[in-house]
Write a protein that binds this ligand. Sequence first.
Ligand code: NAD
Length: 415
Amino acid sequence: MDSILRTSLHNFESAAERLGLDESVRRRVLGPKEKVEVAINPVLPNGETANVKVFVGRHNDAIGPAKGGIRMTPDVTLDDITGLAMEMTWKTSLIGVPFGGGKSGIRFDPASISADAKEIIIRSFTRGVRRHIGPELYIPAPDMGTTEADMAHIRDCISYSEGTSITNGCFVTGKPVVLGGIVGRREATGKGVVYAVLAMCEKLGLDIGSTRVVVQGFGNVGSVAAAEIARHGAKVVGVADLSGGVANADGMDIDALHEHCSQSGTVAGFAGATEIDKDEVFGLDCDILIPAAAGSQITEENADSIRAKIVAEGANAPTTPQADEILNRRGVLVIPDILCNAGGVFVSYLEYTQETQREQMTLAEVEQRLADRMRQRFGEVHESARREGLSMRDAAMNMAVRGVVEAVTARGFRP
Ligand code: NAD
C-alpha cells in the first residue's frame, strides 16, 4: 500500500477511535464510494501512441459532490488517489463547503512533453472519464502537474462534445478567469497557507516580520506561499524543488527567484542564494517550514532534523504518522493539511457558486471571504485542540469526521 493512503487511513482510524464510532458507521465513512482506473491511448504530436493510466476516486459524497484536483505525475497510483480523495472528504467538511472528497490522476510526466502533447492527453483523459465528472458528481481542479490551462481544455472538451458554448453548471474549477474561472483561485491555496501561519503566529505572540521560512516545492502552492509570506516581512531562507535547492540565511528575493524559475524551470542555479541538495532544506535553521511538494516527505528519517517551530502543511499528506509523532513529541506545531491548504477548495467553492448562478465576484470579495474562513476555522481547530489536549491534526480530524458522520447519519442507512 502506498504511503499517502497509509497516512490517510491512519488519520481516519485514530479519529474513529477517539470519537468512538461504531463499526457500521466507521465502515460506511471509511470505504471509497468509487475508484476507477481507465486506460487511454492518445496519439501524441510526434505520431506515437501513448499508453496512459488514469484514475478517478470519489471517497464520500454525503455532504455534496466530490471535489479534488487532478494529479499528473509519472508515479501517481490508484492508492494515492484513494488516499487523497479521503483527505478531500475531511478537508471539505472542515472548511465548511458543501462538497465531498474526490481526486483524479494521470500517470504521466508533464515535464517530458510539449504543451500540445499535454493538451491531447488532458482531452483524452476528459473523454475517458467523462461519465465520472459532473457538477453533481465529481468536479476536478488543478493539483500537482496540472494548471489552469488544463482546466480550460477540460471545460472546452466537455462543452465541445455537448455542442454548446458553455457547460451547464460547473464541471471543473481553477479555470482561467476569461472562461468562467474566479479571480484569486490560482493564489488561493498558497495565500490560505499564509493566513493559517499568520493566525498561528498571533496565537504564539510571534512577529511574522522576524521569522525565517523554508519552503519545499516551488510550484503553484509553494511559490505563492513564499511570495505572500515574504510580503508580510518574513525572510525566506531556503527553497527546494524536484531539481535542487537554494539557501540564503539573509533571505531571498522571491520575485527574482520566480523570474529565474520561469526561465530555467527550477530554483537551482538562482544567483541570489547558495546551491544546496534538495533534501537539505528540511534541516535548515528556520522558524516556519512549509512543505508544498509531494506527499510523505517528512518521515521518521528526517523529522528529527527539522528545526522549525511551526510546520504548515501546504502539501497533501506530507508527514507520515511516524514523523508526526516525532514532531508532536518535540513540540513542533503542525498546522495539518486539511486545514492549512484548504484555501484552494474554499475558493473553488466560490467559483462553483459563481458559475452556477452566473455571478461575478471581485478579487476583494474573494480574498476577504478566504481570509475570514481560514481565520475562523483555524481559531476553531486551535481552540478545540487546546480544550481537548490534542494536536491540531487530531482536533481537525475530529471536527471533520464528525461533520461527515453527521451527514451520513442524517441521510439514513437505506438506499
Ligand atoms: P505543482 O506541480 O505546481 O508544484 C509542485 C512543486 O513541488 C514543484 O516545484 C516540484 O518541483 C516540487 N517537488 C515535487 N516533488 C518534490 C520533491 N520530492 N522534493 C522537492 N520538491 C519537489 O503542484 P502544486 O499544485 O503546487 O501542489 C503542491 C502540493 O500542494 C501537492 O501536495 C498538492 O496536492 C497540494 N495542494 C495543491 C493545491 C492547489 O490548489 N494546487 C491545493 C491543495 C493542496
